[in-house]
Design a protein around this ligand. Structure first.
Ligand code: COA
Ligand code: MG
Length: 290
């Protein structure tokens, strides 16, 4: 079985924001995305990229996974961004992806530059074309040589590109987000929900995390440290779900149930597929120390 890598809380930090970067060591998020793209103005992009090397070597927070969001490969910065991130052995989040070609190109670039296999590719899904090509993009996940490992919903860009109204319940984005989750599962990829802009609204944020977890997302992309705790909580297995998983495991372990495909537990049908689901949940809880 594939080992579970928690990506409940994935915080963007603009690579140009030294005060925010200085917080890195103290953050309890599962991952950070150091952003070279939209959070960094064009005039600063080159200087900021040069600084990135130092941040990646330092790795002030060892338990936190590090990803670098790069400018689109077609821009004047894209290729050098990818090479800088790879040199620091960080994963690379490709922005404005529209077809599988960009992921393949980034993979070739990494291979040609002898980047270690541990350097993986992530993709922002933030354009109508990416959504229309989502099946083909997900298919790449089935080939380990593609290095492709995670989708990140770019909901602000999707709202901008499509003209849908951004509502608190995300009702107009919902069909696309569900399609994204489905594609991720088809491709064996992780998938993260988009950001919640109103970082002072803790209740609204917590609600959106619970919703995203119910929708099947592995975690949420974050913009502010105040959002970490609620995301960690929402995407961790709930205590009741863990208790049920333990009960299912114990029931199938009973000698009288050995070899049975389906059993009754507290008046409900439980199949072997529920055992697999329970074991996955328990492994996830163990990985995050829940
Ligand atoms: N990562 C790490 N630390 C952060 C942070 C982040 N994303 N956002 C804020 N902080 C730090 C601040 O530096 C501040 O610490 P300080 O007092 O030592 O400077 C502390 O948390 C409190 O910040 P606060 O004053 O509440 O917010 P702010 O006005 O400084 O910043 C934003 C607000 C939205 C500008 C900032 O959170 C941010 O830039 N977020 C990321 C945006 C981004 O990357 N967008 C692109 C992807 S969508
Ligand atoms: Mg974007």
């Amino acid at each position: 079985m594939q080992t579970y890598r928690p990506r409940r809380s994935v915080l963007y930090i603009p690579a140009s924001n030294d005060r925010a970067l200085a917080k890195l060591a103290t953050l309890a998020c599962d991952a950070v995305i150091i952003d070279l793209e939209d959070a960094v103005p064009p005039a600063d992009k080159v200087a900021v990229r040069e600084k990135l090397a130092g941040i990646l070597t330092e790795r002030p927070n060892r338990r936190c996974e590090m990803i670098v969001r790069v400018n689109a490969l077609g821009t004047e910065w894209g290729i050098d961004d990818v090479l800088a991130a790879a040199k620091g052995e960080a994963d690379i989040l490709l922005s404005k992806v529209v077809t599988p070609r960009e992921v393949l190109e980034a993979g070739d670039l990494l291979d040609d530059n002898f980047a270690p296999d541990t350097v993986k590719l992530w993709a922002m899904v933030e354009t109508p074309r990416a959504l229309l090509n989502i099946g083909a993009l997900a298919e790449l996940g089935r080939d380990p040589a593609s290095r492709f490992t995670c989708f990140v919903a770019g909901t602000n860009d999707l709202v901008k590109e499509t003209g849908v109204l951004a509502t608190p319940d995300q009702r107009y984005l919902m069909p696309w987000l569900m399609q994204l989750v489905l594609a991720a599962r088809a491709g064996g990829l992780d998938v993260l929900d988009g950001v919640f802009n109103d970082f002072r609204d803790a209740d609204g944020f917590a609600r959106e995390c619970v919703e995203a977890a119910a929708m099947g997302f592995d975690g949420k992309s974050l913009i502010h440290p105040a959002q970490i705790e609620a995301a960690n909580r929402a995407f961790a297995p709930a205590p009741e779900a863990l208790a049920q998983a333990r009960a299912v495991k114990a029931a199938f372990a009973l000698p009288e149930n050995a070899g049975k495909g389906v059993i009754a537990l507290d008046g409900k049908m439980v199949e072997r597929l529920h055992l697999a689901q329970a074991e996955k949940l328990l492994a996830k809880a163990a990985a995050i120390g829940a």
